[in-house]
Design a protein around this ligand. Structure first.
Ligand code: 9YT
Length: 131
């Protein structure tokens, strides 16, 4: 069994801030835990617009706090996000998140993020697999 607290993760290499400063993510479970998924707590600042495209990962996101809009950039469909909203990127959809009130979300990735990925200019994570 593995037990962790966000306190132990805060300000370590498992706690990362995006280059533009818009979001911060605490990686609670990563690939090296070898359980087939990674688990993250991400906060995104109010007033920011963020595009993501996880081409190599499926991701489920559960909004705990905050408010904003999610746009599926494949279809143009817009969704309101409020506490309790969940979106599942089951088809690797490119998407945009516009944050009205700071969002705190819990995110699960499969395959698991290793922590070594860097978003490229398209907001894409490469696929990195551990040996
Ligand atoms: C909102 C969202 O997609 N969060 C994902 C986690 C974050 N990109 C990370 O930990 O790298």
């Amino acid at each position: 069994m593995i037990v962790r607290t966000t306190e132990e993760i805060t300000d370590t290499e498992r706690d990362i801030t995006s280059e533009n400063g818009n979001w911060r993510s605490k990686r609670i479970v990563l690939a090296d835990d070898r359980v087939g998924f990674s688990f993250h707590e991400t906060t995104i600042k109010a007033g920011t617009v963020n595009e993501f495209h996880y081409q190599n990962h499926v991701e489920a996101v559960w909004l705990v706090e905050g408010r904003g809009k999610l746009t599926d950039l494949e279809t143009g469909q817009v969704y309101n996000l409020v506490p309790g909203s969940m979106y599942l990127l089951d088809k690797n959809e490119k998407h945009r998140i516009e944050v009205e009130e700071q969002m705190r979300m819990l995110c699960v990735f499969n395959p698991p993020v290793t922590g070594r990925e860097v978003h490229d200019e398209n907001g894409v994570y490469p696929l990195i697999e551990l040996d």
